[in-house]
Design a protein around this ligand. Sequence first.
Ligand code: EPU
Length: 428
Amino acid sequence: MKQMIIHGGKPLQGDVWIGGAKNSTVALIPAAILSRTTVTLEGVPRISDVDNLMDLLGEMNVACEFSETTLKVNPEQIKLSPLPAGKVKSLRASYYFMGALLGRFGQATVGFPGGDDIGPRPIDQHIMGFEALGASVQNKNDQIIITAPASGLHGAEIRLEMPSVGATMNIIMASVTAKGKTVIANVAKEPEIIDLATFLNNMGAVIRGAGTDTIRIDGVPELRAQVAHTIIPDRIEAGTYVSLAACMGNGIRIHNIIAEHLDAFLAKVEEMGVVIKTDEDSLYVYPAGELKMVQVKTEPYPGFATDLQQPVTPLLLTAKSGEGIILDSIYPRRTRHIPELQKMGAKVKVEDNIILVHPGTQLHGAEVTADEIRAGACLMVAGLMADGTTKINNADNILRGYDRVVQKLTQLGADVSIVDVPEPAYES
Ligand code: EPU
């Protein structure tokens, strides 16, 4: 197990560069197998989710070459092989191989997805979409087996019950090579969806409407990558650095951002009184004065992102007065950071899935556990704010999705390191 050790309380300043978006990357890598030629992705973050996806590609005889931030994926010798549990369980995004394998081979066998423990995360909408395209879907021994009819997938009119990011992406991947026209209504509008559509269109797909409520796809026989694709910046990583810059910053510039992707988040942080200057592709976060408490409700894009709810919680703790409320309408049970924050002295609690934040906490270091990636990000920000030493167990969850995080924080003046420690022994 990795443990992050932070000697907190140090003011941070300087520059930080945001990596490519994790939630684009983990879709684009599986989507690369739709290409008949080598795919080049630029701006790929150094995160363990990418390593795990490369391992899965290796099992399919797909060669990968990752140097600096460029990843080349060569699917020319790809072999259709089942992706059973194991690695698939540790990486929820491996469910994108369902859509990608279906689009490429007309069949896919993928272990039931695991991933972060943030409450129930069904995939019924993905399956509904595959079935609408003509596929049959069976759930056997914790594996999902999806098979197109002998005549191949056909276009369809699909309406999602909720704007699911994963279902939107998976149905796009399956339908780009289906015969005829597919219309998907009530889709997710996240920037990562537009990134996927741009990537696939540059390989010859015909996808229109990404970023709106309805996506229209005209199926094409095959895709071929011809130009490199640069992944959009990670808006959640950027928001996490904004939060820590507002908590502990003595002036921090955050580079490689698309500010529009952070609109709802920045509006909330500015409502608290944080002063941010937005330039063309960077933000400058001024040292914070006295901050006001706010109420946060997460919503699908363009609303306040669920993935930023936890990283912003430590910032609310610094408000001088008022009671804060955080309501996660996407994942109401995404509250696993709260008991850990309490160990650090935070006056925060959960009642009926609503997080109640009391202002004016001075955090102290403690040994805490990151049960999932954004809980980890929250504890990392809290540890940087706290007096004394914070040890974050299961820091593997932070490394899953935060690009070169120790290097970036160290450059800002933080005292942070990662060590290997044995897993704690649990009493039965
Ligand atoms: N939902 C269903 N049925 C489905 C699909 C979704 O009921 O078939 C529900 C979910 O339970 C949830 C809501 O719809 O309440 C939205 O879920 P969505 O499918 O949009 O989430 P996801 O695709 O599983 C992605 C990100 C998450 C992020 C959510 C919401 C990836 C790999 N994951 O998950 O990212 O929180 O969208 O924006 O892109 C993270 O990065 O920390 C993370 C968890």
